[in-house]
Design a protein around this ligand. Structure first.
Ligand code: BES
Ligand code: MN
Ligand code: ZN
Length: 495
């Protein structure tokens, strides 16, 4: 894929397709007007006939207009002019790229009017164009045996109009890396759980690291995990025929002495619930329970790809959660790597059990910040739905950093209140605490559990259960929150 910017002369630009915006009242956007005069007012005529209403998401492909070098013009709806903001721009751009991906058009120029710079500057224009292109071209790595539909023909996308070409160009470079990272995350998460096992995740991380000299991977197997005394992680894994793996990915882009950012991913390759077995409907979706792990692996490749000037460590706790004669039972007490004992009242609250040992492992890196990413609770989905991830932590500055990274990246999260009261429900008569605290406030009590293991660390937790994958017709991984994590790392690297 080739990305670039166009600067002037849309009519004579040598691309196959110009992407132009139309407002809802049938008004051509500024960029479209210049093209319209070059082709003798044909676009205006088309709109006057009422053939295109300019609604967000609508597109119309027009071919062979006179006076243009491009063979095609793709009109895309910008919605109401009065309410034209970043969101509408993004929607229009996304719809246009999706439409182009269904054609044999090999190159295009995005020439949509832009919302105010405050909302979308040159850098983010480039970022968005490249990320949306990646999204439009993504095809699920399915295991269908029929003839694969031909891949889209799109090879070249020019972004614009730009004020500062260098900033837009950097945005395109970063956006392309984010898109590539999202492909890694999506491919891993979309694979069936009989393929994507803990061992498979370890192999994939190893294979990715081979591409970058700056990226190292260490894999801990079961005996190593026993030596690390990861009793909670091992308790989850013990019911599965698939042995667990713990991955340590290290990217060194800063000085060796510099404290790293540690990203910790929940890698439950299948979550049946264990002995606290889940209901059958939708259980297949629990193959996405390793989305946090996939986002961590993806983010480390992104750091390496962009040669970010920081150190990043990725920790992935990969297990399968299954019921079995040897499986952990409600009432069992496990000892975590931190030495604290946990009464496992519900074996379906397994994410926090593997994360508590992973978070403890993070301490040895003396991290500047620790962020865990986990499809941790259904309660978070109930609280926030599918638009925002949940974010909580023990360091307000870090939480704010993630909130604003999410806004910039269009991959948002929302803070839930992690105050001490929530920890009270984790009391146990038999161990230091229980792994569940009842139904109410479930996203927060899960975080309160993790907080017990992150004292003294600057830590934040992203609950991505509602945003990492979609159900329904578009079933599959969304590739979130990789854009957010990318922004977080890029921002840290620029200081
Ligand atoms: N992986 C699930 C959380 C989840 C639910 C992710 C729905 C995506 C969609 C997690 O391991 C889990 O089962 N959590 C339990 C916790 C409960 C037992 C306290 C839940 O949310 O029901
Ligand atoms: Mn579970
Ligand atoms: Zn789970």
């Amino acid at each position: 894929m080739e990305f670039g910017v166009w600067t002037k002369g849309l009519a004579t630009l040598s691309v196959d397709c110009l992407v132009l915006g139309v407002f809802e009242d049938g008004e051509l956007s500024g960029e479209a007007r210049s093209v319209d005069s070059a082709c003798g007012g044909r676009l205006k005529k088309l709109l006057e006939r009422g053939d295109f209403a300019g609604r967000p998401g609508d597109t119309l492909l027009v071919s062979e207009l006179p006076g243009l070098s491009a063979t095609h013009v793709l009109l895309t709806g910008l919605g109401s002019k009065k309410h034209f903001q970043r969101k509408a721009w993004r929607r229009a751009c996304q719809a246009a790229l999706a439409a182009i991906a269904r054609t044999r058009i090999p190159s295009c120029a995005i020439a949509l009017d832009r919302p105010e710079t405050k909302q979308l500057d040159d850098y983010y224009l480039g970022r968005q164009v490249a990320e949306l292109t990646g999204g439009a071209l993504y095809r699920i790595n399915d295991l269908k045996t029929g003839k694969k539909p031909a891949a889209a023909a799109l090879r070249k996308v020019l972004a614009g109009p730009v004020r500062k070409a260098s900033a837009a160009q950097q945005g395109l470079t970063h956006g392309a890396a984010v898109a590539a990272a999202q492909v890694i995350q999506k491919d891993l998460a979309n694979l069936p759980p009989n393929v994507c096992t803990p061992i498979f995740l370890a192999e994939q991380a190893r294979a990715l690291a081979k591409r970058y000299a700056s990226l190292k991977v260490k894999v801990l197997d079961e005996p190593a995990l026993r030596r690390e005394k990861m009793g909670c992680l091992l308790a989850v894994a013990q019911g599965s025929a698939q042995p667990p793996r713990f991955l340590v990915l290290e990217y060194q882009g800063g000085k060796k002495s510099e404290a790293p950012v540690v990203l910790v991913g929940k890698g439950v390759t299948f979550d049946s619930g264990g002995i606290s077995l889940k209901d059958p409907p939708g259980m297949d979706e629990m193959k996405f329970d390793m989305s946090g792990a996939a986002a961590v692996i993806a983010s480390l490749t992104l750091a390496a790809q962009l040669r970010l000037g920081i150190n990043v460590v990725g920790l992935v706790a990969a297990v399968e959660n299954m019921p079995d004669g040897r499986a952990v039972k409600p009432g069992d007490i496990a000892t975590s790597a931190a030495g604290l004992t946990v009464e496992i009242l519900n074996t379906d609250a397994e994410g926090r059990l593997i994360l508590c040992d992973a978070l403890h492992y993070a301490r040895r890196f003396r991290p500047a910040a620790v962020v865990d990413i986990a499809t941790l609770t259904g309660a978070c989905v109930v609280a926030l739905g599918h638009h925002h991830a949940g974010v909580m932590g023990n360091d307000e500055k870090l939480v704010q950093e993630l909130l604003s990274a999410g806004v910039r990246a269009d991959d948002r999260c929302w803070q839930l209140p992690l105050t001490e009261e929530y920890a009270e429900s984790l009391k146990s008569n038999f161990a230091d605490f229980a792994n569940v605290g009842g139904r109410d406030g479930g996203a927060i009590t899960a975080a309160a559990f993790l907080a017990k293991f992150t004292q003294g660390l600057k830590w934040a937790h992203l609950d991505v259960a509602g945003i990492a994958y979609q159900s329904g017709a578009q079933k599959g991984s969304t590739g979130r929150p990789t854009p957010l994590l990318a922004d977080f790392l890029i921002q840290r690297a620029s200081h």
